[in-house]
Design a protein around this ligand. Sequence first.
Ligand SMILES: [Zn+2]
Length: 307
Amino acid sequence: MSNSGLVNYTKISPNRTSPRRNKIDRITIHHMAGNLTVETCGNVFAPRSRQASSNYGISSDGRVGMYVEEKDRAWTSSSGANDHRAITIEVADNAGAPGWGCSSAAMAKLILLCADICRRNGIKKLTYTGDTKGNMTLHKWFASTDCPGAYLESQMPTIASEVNKLLASGATTYTWKGATATGGSVPASSGKVTSNGKIAVDGSWGIATTKKAQAVFGTVQDGIISGQPISNKKYLANAYTGSWQFVSGRATGSNLIRAIQRRIGAAADGYFGRKSVMKFQSWLGVSVDGSMGPATVKAFQKWLNKQ
Ligand SMILES: [Zn+2]
């Protein structure tokens, strides 16, 4: 399970249940009931006494904070049943009660973040039904609160339809009322699998390239290359973080990388570092410089399409 590549600031809260019990299949958008920066929101969730957190927060300038990793359940919606399944997002208000408005920059980033969450977690479509039958839920359905506030609640159907447009187009840029947000884990050009099973030869190693490689190498097809040490990121310029999971702590390595390493004759430790990249480049017949740039990824994508 990965986290969003849109995150600008991380401060992990102790207020979480690790790991979450259920697969992620819904999103719950909250409001901060205040105009908090992502740093201030992180400070609010830092003390254990607060007994509250969220997976993500978005400030009025459109920055994204992460307080609970997606693999863990955040304590946001007064409902374990909901939050074990949900990614929860706190959005800053740039207007107070009773309207609780949000900035255009926050709205643009919120929609882009929701699309990013759906793509990485296999949620095909967001549906707001006004009750718990849909996969967008509201805090106020589980507790005596008006969260997410009048404005965000009124925008839920629009948020769902705008996210669904992004999921259909593959776009990673979104504009809401003049504010443009860009980025996220899956670049528009990052190897969409076409009907004949071919991927785009675009030099970007995203989820589609990983899935195709997993199909070719016979490992689990989740689009994720797990457990890569963050210290190796400098050799992997064209690896997108939505597919490649870089960790700062103990790195478990990836079964797909082990399979590739066995094929190319590198030590099968599951980590793609400088030595493996050099072996990979030599095997692909591209220039060997130990840095996985677009030429290396394109050569691999071409090879995958021939399998
Ligand atoms: Zn709430």
